[in-house]
Design a protein around this ligand. Structure first.
Ligand code: ATP
Ligand code: MG
Length: 313
């Protein structure tokens, strides 16, 4: 079984503007509320690929209930702990999308979690997650009272031989990579955090930075490079991946979708190349969608044929 975890869910309020300028009144053409919080995106993207999964998380108030309802609409098994104390609300992030496809985000910090809330969630995870399951930690955990919360959770599952996927940033990425994830999906910024220095955007520098992480023994490291594709380190070697050219609408959530494609391919027993191909196709289809979660599966199937993969090492 596949499980995602979202400790800091959100409503992503997308504001469509023809263009965004500072220090003037910008007129909004359209507002759409969609689901935010990364782990939730992975759950939805997996479900579109036909993969059943459980979404664990913590939510608060009316907007938290809205997040739960959105997940339910996709038929995902929602195991969120929901709290309604009248004072705390799951955060709202504001995503400004211009006609050019440029995206600017203003994100709220999110509700600071209480230790009891986390403990309740962890009890439920402990009772549900079985040996050999896939566990996906996506997104921000900075609202947790404990900055190494992901590590604490993994300690709980040390004896269960889980396949654990990590897509986070900053301190939680640096801490949690020590727990030997099966896969990480840093973008260039996140790779720089791990390597401890800025990384030039050429293949050789990126490969060198990936190699500097060898001591962590992470079997799959997929460095995503937005419209430039990705470089993937797998046990078989290094691959340079070129995505299809698409008509970009909104690239927020492409990383979550790319990760979902990997989880899907690996859980279906696909070869690494076929896994990369599906991940690249679904994330390109996400770039073509106006929303940050979800994509057109038929379009993704078409795009799959246009992905090129080159073994570079
Ligand atoms: N413009 C694009 N055209 C085609 N594919 C894209 C485009 N942007 C992103 N992708 C695909 O999505 C993958 C992940 O994107 P990206 O590197 O932007 O992730 P990210 O920075 O983690 O994004 P986020 O955290 O917002 O989801 C890329 O490796 C690529 O395959
Ligand atoms: Mg990302």
């Amino acid at each position: 079984m596949i499980h995602t975890l979202t400790l800091n869910p959100a409503i992503d309020r997308i504001l469509y503007l023809s263009r965004f300028d500072k220090n003037i009144t910008n007129r909004i053409q359209k507002t759409v509320d969609t689901i935010g919080g990364k782990g939730t995106h992975v759950s939805i993207n997996l479900k579109i690929l036909g993969k059943e999964n459980t979404a664990f998380g913590i939510s608060h108030g009316k907007s938290g209930q809205k997040v739960i309802n959105m997940l339910n609409e996709y038929g995902i098994e929602v195991r969120f702990k929901h709290y309604d104390d009248g004072s705390r609300e799951t955060r709202t992030n504001y995503l400004i999308i211009e006609d050019t496809g440029d995206c600017t985000i203003a994100a709220e910090r999110g509700v600071t979690l209480k230790t009891e809330e986390l403990n309740e969630l962890l009890e439920d995870m402990k009772a549900t997650i079985q040996p050999g399951d896939y566990l996906i930690f996506s997104g921000d955990a900075s609202n947790s009272p404990d900055p190494s919360v992901y590590n604490k959770i993994l300690e709980m599952f040390r004896d269960r031989d889980l396949k654990f996927f990590l897509d986070t940033s900053g301190k939680s990425l640096k801490e949690c990579i020590r727990e030997t994830p099966y896969m990480i999906k840093p973008n260039l910024d996140e790779l720089s955090t791990l390597a401890g220095h800025p990384i030039a955007e050429d293949d050789a520098s990126i490969v060198e930075a990936i190699e500097s992480l060898d001591s962590y023994n992470v079997p799959i490291i997929a460095v995503s490079l937005g419209g430039d594709g990705s470089i993937v380190k797998a046990p078989e070697g290094y691959y340079r991946v070129h995505p299809p050219k698409v008509n970009v609408q909104n690239t927020i959530g492409c990383g979550d979708c790319f990760l979902s494609g990997f989880v899907y391919g690996l859980s279906e027993g696909y070869s690494i190349k076929d896994t990369i191909r599906i991940a690249t196709a679904v994330s390109a289809a996400t770039a073509e969608s106006k929303l940050s979660a979800g994509y057109d599966l038929e379009r993704a199937k078409e795009l799959k044929e246009q992905v090129t993969i080159e073994k570079i090492k």
